[in-house]
Design a protein around this ligand. Structure first.
Ligand code: NAD
Length: 417
């Protein structure tokens, strides 16, 4: 039996050195999300609570507080992203978020992108690892254990684009043709790809620190600098600069490993590599064990994280986090999958594993570990949601909520604490 201690819920705060102070009963915000968001949230909450309870015997507890965004916010408050939601996120710092729907080709701007930009959540972190029992198109999926650090605020996601024939696009075309000798046709649509030294370096710095702290062997800068020389090419150069300026004693370049260390990386050092984006897509399929951490600009990161997710079970298994210096929002990589909304059908693992990342971020590793251990056991015991079950002949398809309950059951009987 667990003893419940009575302590008031408290805010998570930030020390001057940037690390978190987490009270035993921290307030953690949640956004249910649109489409299938409420289904996966209902399955996720009991799993996270069971893991915390099992790990800390009632001495720690998450105090959930709902904030609104998306369709629910519009219905109840007349705004898709109310100011109250933003101020709560700034105040309470940590949130778990369901997916939010965005119209394509018009309508309002992506709420997900807005949240990342307004709160300066500059790193999108997506771990990709294989859980035994999960179907994969690869012969050796267990070789995949990577973490993608995707820059989250710049690049073609900055929202600087204008439709063909608009007065804004026409002005830019006119300027480029007259002042810079370009030859753009009238009626060209325009998008701008801004990338800064500061924005790139802080993302790469976070990836390098993560690799050093977690004992990962390498960080790879993924870019398309052969074509986009002053944006993606600069990203690569800034990556080597930050490594040299700030991590000289802990990081060694791949070229140095060859030229100075006879191809064998010195013990305790992280190897910094770079790969063109197209090449990396085939490398992660053919030589996955050579890649541990990938640092990359926004668009490449979006593509590679979904492609990697497919290698370890698909979007239903892909967690993520958007992290800045003051605030962190954990969310599934997938979208709101509206065609399955309200059917209690989709895989809740992406949000559950995002919740496990949240627990790790709070420093509650024991609770996160319980989830990582329970997940493959449930699948190997023959239960999975439709996306995995249809690929596994001996597995019974269960609903989203039933999968969550099976995980709770597995956590409760687990011997690990
Ligand atoms: P989606 O990720 O919602 O769904 C694509 C397909 O992936 C689904 O049809 C389904 O087959 C599968 N899938 C997704 N989630 C799954 C799960 N949990 N379990 C099993 N299978 C799952 O992508 P979409 O249809 O392109 O986008 C729908 C909406 O979501 C759009 O409005 C888009 O803008 C938005 N979106 C939001 C986020 C976010 O909130 N961070 C991310 C991506 C897309």
């Amino acid at each position: 039996m667990t003893t419940q201690i009575q302590i008031c819920s408290e805010k998570i705060s930030l020390r001057p050195n940037g690390t978190l102070t987490v009270p035993p009963r921290p307030v953690v915000l949640f956004i249910e999300g649109d489409g299938t968001g409420p289904d996966i949230w209902r399955a996720t909450q009991p799993v996270l609570e069971a893991a915390v309870d099992k790990a800390y015997g009632g001495q720690r507890q998450i105090v959930w507080r709902e904030i609104l965004a998306g369709e629910k916010a519009f219905k109840l408050m007349g705004s898709y992203l109310p100011v109250e939601t933003l101020s709560d996120l700034r105040e309470y710092r940590v949130a778990l978020k369901g997916p939010l729907t965005t119209p394509i080709g018009g309508g309002f701007r992506s709420l997900n992108v807005s949240l990342r930009q307004v709160l300066d959540l500059y790193a999108c972190i997506r771990p990709v690892r294989y859980y035994p029992g999960v179907p994969s198109p690869l012969r050796e999926p267990e070789k995949i254990d990577m973490v993608v650090f995707r820059e989250n605020t710049e690049d073609v996601y900055a929202g600087l684009e204008w439709p063909a024939h608009s007065s804004e696009a026409n002005k830019i075309i006119d300027f480029l043709n007259k002042e810079l000798g370009c030859r753009l046709s009238p009626g060209t649509s325009i998008g701008i790809k801004p990338m800064t030294e500061q924005g790139s370096k802080r993302l790469i710095r976070m990836a390098l620190k993560y690799a050093i702290d977690s004992g990962r062997a390498s960080v790879t800068l993924m870019h398309k600098g052969n074509i986009m020389k002053y944006t993606e090419g600069a990203f690569q150069n800034w990556g080597y600069e930050v490594a040299l300026e700030e991590f000289e004693d802990r990081v060694v370049s791949e070229a140095e490993v060859e030229s100075r260390y006879y191809g064998q990386a010195p013990a305790g050092k992280v190897v910094l590599k770079d790969r063109l984006a197209d090449n990396l897509f085939q490398q992660v399929l053919l030589r996955p064990s050579e890649y541990q951490v990938i640092a990359t600009p926004n668009l490449n990161g979006d593509y590679i994280s979904d492609a990697l997710a497919a290698q370890v079970g698909g979007l239903g298994m892909a967690p993520g986090a958007n992290i800045g210096d003051n605030c962190a929002i954990f969310e599934a990589t997938h979208g709101s999958a509206p065609k399955y909304a309200g059917q209690d059908k989709v895989n809740p693992c992406s949000l559950i594993l995002s919740g496990a990342m949240l627990l790790e971020y709070l420093g509650w590793r024991e609770a996160a570990q319980l989830i990582h251990q329970a997940l493959p056991r449930v699948i190997q015991a023959g239960k999975a949601t439709y996306d995995l079950a249809r690929q596994l002949p001996h597995v019974t398809e269960v609903s989203c909520s039933a999968f969550g309950q099976a995980l709770v059951g597995q956590i409760i009987v687990s011997n690990e604490r």
